[in-house]
Design a protein around this ligand. Structure first.
Ligand SMILES: Nc1ncnc2c1ncn2[C@@H]1O[C@H](COP(=O)(O)OP(=O)(O)OP(=O)(O)O)[C@@H](O)[C@H]1O
Ligand SMILES: [Mg+2]
Length: 297
């Protein structure tokens, strides 16, 4: 069976995209699934949290990152395959006798400038922006197809804003998760994401794939009136004639333990100790609901 691709994206920054990728990767792996995390954000946050700083430094030094691969493919000698850049057994988190089965395709800060260079090089060859994104998504699709059987789930951590590689990732995804803080600005950002990125505008077509509808995941939920009100508003989306998204039942609360878990690399924590007794059941629910959503059950 080919792996299911799950992209985690939101135009808005700081809404918990990376935290969602880390939570979900570990929660899925804790159920015995084989997971590949792909970081397409130049901040390399997911790479750092999953791989740890030593491993990440080594990958960057050897250019075994997504930008290293794209650099070689578009501007270099085409010596690498995407598989060459994947680090197996990247997680130091244990569960029972084993480490969680999480592999990592890291990114580096170079990705930001490289993306610009690729754009320039391809447009100089007369290829328009939409065609560049089309090429990029086909390249990712073809390269991922070669490794797809090694994994059950491929999670992509997208950058805030919308870059060519984020758009390409959204196009190839079987499921798109949109982490959203239930407050005024984040829900406004959600509308912007659904209207401009998903559906497209007169400036270009959207990334919406047949049969795929974005799933909103409430993150950093607090027990306040404001948060309850915005959650209710998002839940009411389902009554619209053409709902722009579906709301996940699972919600991620705001917890210091979740923020702290991001920094627990390099200490070989157990899955249960890393997240703590309150968060583990939430992660289990998130893994279960995501599996159902992506497998259409
Ligand atoms: N549920 C949570 N409870 C408490 N803190 C959280 C939670 N989720 C994320 N955070 C913290 O909030 C900050 C932003 O989270 P995160 O980096 O996951 O967001 P992001 O959407 O990936 O940001 P960016 O747009 O910069 O990539 C981080 O400091 C993270 O540790
Ligand atoms: Mg992030």
């Amino acid at each position: 069976m080919a792996a299911k691709i799950i992209a985690v994206a939101n135009m808005k920054g700081g809404v918990g995209k990376t935290a969602t990728v880390v939570c979900l990767a570990e929660a899925l792996a804790a159920t015995g699934a084989r997971v590949l995390v792909i970081d397409v954000d130049a901040q390399a946050n997911a790479s750092l949290v999953i791989g740890g700083d030593h491993q990440l430094a080594e990958l960057i030094e050897n250019r075994l990152t997504i930008d290293g691969y794209l650099d070689d493919y578009y501007l270099g000698e085409k010596k690498l395959t995407l598989a060459d850049c994947i680090m197996p057994k990247a997680s130091d988190v244990t569960h029972g006798p084993d480490h969680l089965a999480i592999s990592l395709l890291a990114s580096s800060p170079e990705l930001r400038l490289l993306e610009r260079e690729i754009m320039i090089a391809l447009t100089e060859r007369g290829i328009g922006l939409n065609a560049v994104i089309g090429r990029l998504s086909r390249l990712l699709e073809t390269q991922l197809a070669k490794v797809s059987r090694r994994y059950d789930y491929i999670l992509i951590d997208c950058a805030p804003g919308i870059s060519a590689i984020t758009e390409a990732s959204l196009r190839i995804a079987d499921l798109v998760l949109v982490p959203t803080i239930p407050d005024f600005l984040s829900t406004a950002g959600l509308q912007a994401f659904c209207n401009s990125v998903w559906k497209g505008s007169r400036f270009g077509k959207g990334v919406a794939k047949e049969g795929v509808q974005p799933r909103v995941l409430v993150t950093r939920r607090r027990e306040t009136r404001e948060h309850r009100r915005f959650i209710e508003e998002m839940a009411n989306e389902r009554y619209k004639p053409e709902p722009a998204f579906k709301l996940m039942k699972t919600q991620i609360p705001e917890r210091t333990s979740i923020a702290e878990a991001m920094g627990k690399t390099g200490s070989e924590p157990t899955f249960t100790n890393k997240w703590g007794p309150e968060v583990v059941p939430i992660l289990e629910a998130l893994a279960k609901e995501t599996k159902e959503a992506v497998n259409g059950t």
